[in-house]
Design a protein around this ligand. Structure first.
Ligand SMILES: [Mn+2]
Length: 363
């Protein structure tokens, strides 16, 4: 059974960007995949349709020329859109109130995310996951933890509760577990745009030295944040986790948990632009472009699709598997960027942030 639904067969009917250039998996810089998951969301629902909204918007509404920088995105990066994770419908959506069942569903999906992220990273590509509930970031980051990335977390919320509504791993808790399990240390997390938290979460953030720029600080002086971002992103590996609700409520009234006092598109754009050009999105090759496949990944059990060990034979099998996946839909494209978006957005907004966030200045 294929692990992915090809982009043209998803609700969007387009692959990401629908840019005419065709890129093979081997030649791409960036691998994008959708994770249409909506298992634990608790207020507004619909994260399941995030990948569809992003693909559709990127394909039908976007001009890829960034007027403010006179750059065409697809001259700078090459993207391969694998498609959406193929998840049994009963897993993708919350249809039960039984909490242990929700937990086992999310950890099943999480296991897949972990494997996919590992695989893409080992192929020296930038993995981009488009969500999907934010819970999934835990599993993606866990797969990348050996890189010790600096995490830029855009969000209205800290997502740092130990559990919520009786569920340990859900959309309000991933960053608690990330810090608590040492996947990323608190001082390597920058939370940007925060404006909703409870005291316990806040104490967790402070105790772990999570760097916070709350929405009011940014409103008062964005320059402090920009200066900080320029400095700390120099020559480091970064991972970007982007929750659409970092935007102010009027921009994203239909997101799951909209909050007032948020950021506007110009501010988000400025923040992204101030990431140092020497920062490396996780997965980007360093120095020479020679792909360094990691030769022995520890065996992890079941994968008949994913090679457990990336020996030359494993690489061959991986390539063959991808060939199977992309059969009949070899269209792929550009861009270079950050990883996890949690989304439920208006198309007009998508147009903006795709343009902005998918562009990364050349080194
Ligand atoms: Mn949020």
């Amino acid at each position: 059974m294929p692990l992915f639904i090809r982009p043209e067969s998803t609700g969007a009917k387009y692959n990401f960007g629908d840019i005419p250039a065709k890129v093979s998996f081997e030649d791409c810089d960036v691998v994008i995949y959708g994770a249409p998951i909506d298992i634990t969301t608790s207020f507004g629902r619909g994260t399941m349709r995030g990948p569809e909204a992003i693909r559709l918007t990127s394909a039908r509404q976007i001009e890829t020329f960034l007027l403010d920088e006179m750059v065409n995105i697809y001259e700078r990066a090459r993207i391969y859109d694998i498609g959406d994770l193929k998840i049994p419908p009963s897993f993708a959506k919350n249809k039960t109130k039984r909490k242990n069942l929700l937990s086992s569903k999310i950890s099943y999906v999480g296991g897949i995310i972990h494997k996919i992220t590992t695989l893409i990273h080992d192929a020296n590509k930038v993995p981009i996951m488009i969500g999907g509930e934010h819970t999934l970031t835990y599993y993606a980051l866990k797969a990348l933890s050996s890189e010790k990335p600096l995490v830029l977390h855009f969000d209205a919320h800290r997502d740092m509760k130990p559990k919520y509504d009786g569920i340990r791993m859900c959309h309000t808790t991933p960053f608690y577990h990330i810090v608590n399990e040492g996947i990323v240390t608190g001082n390597n997390i920058i939370q940007i745009g925060i404006r909703q938290t409870d005291r316990e979460e806040n104490d967790t953030a402070v105790a772990n030295r999570v760097k916070t720029f709350d929405a009011w600080e940014i409103h008062d002086s964005i320059d402090n944040l920009l200066k900080y971002i320029r400095k700390v992103t120099r020559n480091v590996d970064i991972y970007i986790s982007f929750d659409i609700d970092v935007y102010d409520l009027p921009y994203v009234p239909c997101t799951g948990t909209p909050e007032p006092f948020g950021l506007n598109p110009f501010e988000v754009s400025e923040i992204v632009k101030n990431i140092s050009p020497t920062a490396r999105l996780i997965g980007r090759y360093r120095g020479s472009r020679i792909a360094k496949w990691r030769l022995s990944r520890r065996n992890s059990g079941d994968a008949n699709f994913i090679p457990n060990t990336l020996t030359p034979d494993g690489i061959k099998r991986f390539r063959q598997a991808l060939e199977t996946i992309k059969r009949g839909h070899p269209r792929n494209e550009p861009l270079r960027i950050y990883t996890s978006l949690q989304v439920r957005l208006r198309r007009v907004l998508a147009r903006f942030y795709l343009c902005r966030l998918l562009y990364c200045p050349p080194n």
